[in-house]
Unconditional design. Structure first.
Length: 369
């Protein structure tokens, strides 16, 4: 049955929440990229913003949050609880007699819906917003409620498993860092600097390395892909003949040194590294060692970048050279490696499983939406 979205949902439904009352607040920062689950919340006095309940879908309507995949399903509230959040959300509430709330969420993250929403954006550069009419007038084929439930059960189990994996990986990451910070503060270790233990290879301006017709190519890893954790159909392509030093493989350590500063293990497919990203490697030290030392200085790097009088904060290579590390001798490093490597390797294993789940989810979204 062909319908318009406005016929089966309420957009920004009215809710009662008196100003000054303390309530759960879900900010834009609490929505992860391309994730169904909400990652956190605060309690705050309600002064304004969108209001919502469990089973609502939160859709970021402003650039670049929408393009970055900030769309979430509300499922962390108590029964009848009303929460609030950013004025830059559209709240989508399902008419349950016509559309399953989770089916509505998966519709809102489908490629076709996102394309229509993004194309409707208007406004000044950097502050463009999705138009309400584009949401309400979006046309799609709506299956029966029974078929919707079948589709939701197939896709939902993948998100359920990924959510569990995310909790496991958060705990593994915390464990790894806790042990590292506890063991590494040893006055007998040798002082050195980040650039002494690791190589920070900057990516290329990949627009200069476009593939020729019929030439083998690679997807380009940019900050967007690093944030979302995988390559998608909108990712750029580059020649496969680029230098091996800027080819990124699954598990490689990537450090974004400009814009959004973060350190991650890349778990997507083989890609070409774009500028503003470092590939972090070492010939002499384990990956967990260079990963943790880079992450150890990340907050300082973020402060440096935030202090730049530009719209694109960044750090310099000199900031890496001046960042101190402590290096154990070979025997001590081997002892630490027996503890740290299994935890680090398990993290990579879980990340890779999540990527397989994401790939399956994308296939199912393309099939059903």
């Amino acid at each position: 049955m062909k319908v318009k979205l406005g016929d089966v949902i309420q957009l920004n439904p009215s809710e009662k929440l008196p100003k000054g009352e303390r309530a759960r607040k879900i900010a834009m920062d609490n929505l992860d990229t391309y994730a169904r689950e909400i990652s956190g919340f605060d309690f705050d006095e309600y002064k304004g913003g969108t209001k919502f309940r469990n089973e609502d879908t939160l859709l970021a309507r402003i650039t670049p949050c929408l393009e970055n995949g900030k769309t979430a399903y509300v499922n962390i509230l108590e029964k009848d609880e009303v929460a609030f959040g950013s004025t830059e959300y559209f709240v989508l509430r399902a008419n349950k007699e016509l559309i399953n709330p989770l089916y509505l969420y998966y519709l809102s993250v489908s490629s076709d819906f996102r394309t229509v929403a993004i194309k409707s954006m208007t406004g000044t550069s950097g502050r463009q917003r999705v138009q309400k009419e584009a949401i309400l007038n979006y046309e799609f084929d709506l299956p029966s409620l029974k078929e919707q439930e079948r589709i939701v059960s197939r896709i939902g189990c993948l998100d359920d498993k990924k959510a569990l994996n995310d909790r496991i990986n958060d705990n593994l990451d915390l464990l790894l860092t806790t042990i590292f910070e506890n063991k590494i503060n040893n006055k007998n270790f040798t002082k050195a600097h980040l650039t002494d233990i690791a190589t920070y290879r900057n990516g290329l301006a990949m627009q200069k390395f476009r593939p020729d017709d019929n030439e083998q190519s690679l997807p380009v890893l940019k900050i967007k892909e690093l944030n979302q954790g995988y390559i998608d159909d909108s990712s750029d392509r580059c020649s496969a003949e680029i230098d091996e030093s800027v080819v990124v493989n699954t598990g490689d350590i990537i450090f974004s040194w400009s814009g959004t500063l973060l350190v991650k293990n890349w778990a997507g497919e083989t890609a070409g590294l774009n500028q503003h990203l470092f590939k972090v490697t070492s010939n002499n030290y384990p990956e967990w060692f260079i990963y943790e030392w880079t992450k150890h200085h990340l907050q300082k790097f973020q402060s440096i970048a935030a202090g730049k009088a530009t719209t694109m904060g960044h750090i310099k290579r000199s900031d890496l050279k001046s960042s101190e590390v402590l290096v154990p001798n070979n025997d001590e490093l081997d002892k630490l490696n027996t503890i740290m490597k299994p935890i680090y390797d398990k993290r990579i294993e879980v990340i890779n499983e999540n990527q397989r789940l994401i790939g399956l989810k994308r296939i199912l979204l393309q099939r059903y939406f």
